[in-house]
Design a protein around this ligand. Sequence first.
Ligand code: ZN
Length: 445
Amino acid sequence: RSRGHVWSRVRSIPGVVGQEVMSGAGQCVSAVLFLLSHWPVGLPSSASSQLLGEGEQRGYQALFTANEMVNLCEPTNPSSFPAARSLAQKFFSQRNGESQHTVHAMGHCHIDSAWLWPYEETIRKCARSWVTVIRLMEKNPHMVFTCSQAQQFDWVKSWYPGLFSQIQHYVKKGQFIPVGGTWVEMDGNLPSGESMVRQFLEGQRFFKQEFGNYCKEFWLPDTFGYSAQLPQLMQGSGITRFLTQKLSWNLVNTFPHNTFFWEGLDGSQVLTHFPPGNSYEMKGKVEDAVNTTTCGRSQGVSQYWLYFIDCNVFLIVSNPRVQMSSPDRLFSELEADSSLLCTWTGELFLELHNGTYTTQAQIKLGNRQCETLLHDVEVASSLALSTKLELGEGMTYGFSIYLTELFIVLHRHRTVTTWYFRPILNHSLAWYFRPFLSLVFQTIP
Ligand SMILES: [Zn+2]
């Protein structure tokens, strides 16, 4: 497993990371020695062992090749040897650049809908960031930018309709790429299953209506853990791919995979990728560029955006090949090469941000009471409809009234879990406790 190359095609090796293919570490070591003994460039053994160290990409590829050779070789059957030798030949025949990773580069700006500023500032952040992206796209037709969260699109549509039209134009051209499929990048633990369903339902509905397509990938770079319900909910929403990075922030245990299948409670699986840059705050140094091409979280795209595609640094030998890409292209390539990926079953637990699910008890209480209440309203409304009772004038099917505001807006990450900014806390509390009960019950005949 290789770290440090974002969007790279990283595969876990059966036998090395836990599957039961390799029959023994000794065999693998022997195969590596075989590879080393055939190293064709005449390097001294100390140099070659240094170049093929376990932490080096080429060394990892040697280990991977050796492991596959072990799996192919049957010691008592010499006719199985040529296939293994052909793997070694393939490895040795690669010139320097041919063995390098390919970086799938795409712009992104992770904007917290609520954190250290009022909601209104979030709207302005979106507009500033995205108009900068549009200007870059006008100058360079290769520019690609991924953008999540239907709520933020909806804000810009209302406040900056001209900009929204330009965004729609570049969505059609395939450069401005809506991703995620949810209304906001919600918290991944606290909301009920029903709330998470509504995230996908309303989000996908918006993306289809405004941009013509459903999203194929769930995009949640910044939540404080991931419920085991999510793979099933993704599959039910037409989503088979998942991108995040937060689990790399674990305090104690390093998560073992960057690319893997995540399996939910019912056995649903989604292809999951953690960009090995392990953050969303790369500043664009060459060293960082090798790792990732995201830009700063919540700072707006203009501050940190660096556009790398014309930068000759990526032509330097031994650097990864860089291509402007898209989530669909990245995941399609991963899918075509996914037969050896490992599977992780159940919750993705984050060993960080401890306490965020127990502090601010008022918010947790209000959230849970509202979820319970809305469940009851849903049942009552369904009963009313099923018995053909007429809804009174001005009354609508109860559940839909609050789902946008309460279930899916307030479940944005950092709203239901943490508050660093008192006005946001007060605003959210008011939202939960404002006199909405009468409105909800108005819907019940
Ligand atoms: Zn965030």
